[in-house]
Design a protein around this ligand. Structure first.
Ligand code: KIV
Length: 272
């Protein structure tokens, strides 16, 4: 007997490319756990990114560098259990793909096998071309990431807008064309001038998903904890906050604290 299952039209790498061709914008948010993934997926967000930003928002590290492959697999497998429709893209963390293409493939295979994610994301262009090709040759879809690439923060020295100068902007466009040519299905473009981002999006047929890259691209991504207002201290210009969860949660916790101390909680109907 077959188990009756709700039929959702799953988002695929192909449907994202089709969305761009049809002029439909793509929505993407991060998630790192089952409960959040279930809510994000249920809200109709197209892509869930298990970002290495988990290193910041979940683990409290200053950068994305410390998170390990095992930790990314743990987060990604929790997310995959929560979704029915969204495409799940998982970041390859710092140190899991930079040394050589074989290592990159091994890391990508572990992500796909052990988490059940649908694609991987790597930061960089020409310099990691062979690694991306190797992963793609194994049948694993790859999302690129250009512009501000936080795994290189110690090279940049700052989180400010990238590619304002012509030389860096030219390299970025070249890298985007290369990523499209070798077979990436999409590219994240982080913190670059809106004009440049639009030019990149218009120059390639795969979707460009922006964060701090203006409205001329094919989709938008935000870190969920930021857009929910949980990370009060993080205030870049590109961030739109849809809730003030920091305030909401603080006031709920204060109320609970007061209710416990005053013996108001639990009441008669809240016990057995
Ligand atoms: O790790 C992450 O959350 C990301 C997004 C900022 C795009 O890479």
């Amino acid at each position: 007997m077959s188990v009756a299952k709700k039929q959702y039209k799953r988002v695929t790498t192909k449907s994202l490319v089709d969305m761009k061709a049809n002029g439909q914008k793509i929505s993407m948010l991060t998630a790192y756990d089952f409960t959040m993934a279930k809510i994000v997926d249920g809200a109709g967000i197209d892509v869930i990114l298990v970002g290495d930003s988990a290193s910041n928002v979940m683990a409290g590290h200053e950068t994305t560098l410390p998170i390990t492959l095992d930790q990314m697999i743990y987060h990604a497998s929790s997310v995959v259990r929560g979704i029915e429709r969204s495409l799940v893209v998982v970041d390859l963390p710092f140190g899991s793909y930079q040394s050589d293409p074989k290592e990159a493939l091994r890391s990508a295979i572990r992500i796909m096998k052990e988490s059940g994610g649908h694609a991987v994301k790597l930061e960089g262009g020409k310099e990691i071309k062979e690694s991306i090709k190797r992963i793609l040759n194994a049948g694993i879809p790859v999302m690129g990431h250009l512009g501000l690439t936080p795994q290189s923060i110690y090279k940049f020295g700052t989180y400010t807008v990238r590619a304002k100068e012509e030389e860096e902007a030219d390299k970025l466009l070249e890298d985007a064309l290369l990523l499209e040519k070798i077979g990436c299905f999409a590219i994240v473009l982080e913190k670059v001038p809106a004009k440049l981002a639009q030019k990149v999006a218009e120059s390639i047929s795969i979707p460009v998903i922006g964060i701090g890259a203006g409205g001329g691209v094919d989709g938008q991504v935000l870190v969920t904890h930021d857009m929910l207002g949980m990370t009060h201290e993080f205030n870049p210009r590109f961030l739109r906050r849809y809730l003030d969860m920091f305030e909401e949660m603080t006031s709920a916790f204060k109320k609970y604290n007061a209710d416990v101390k005053s013996k108001d909680f639990p009441n008669e109907s809240e016990q057995y």
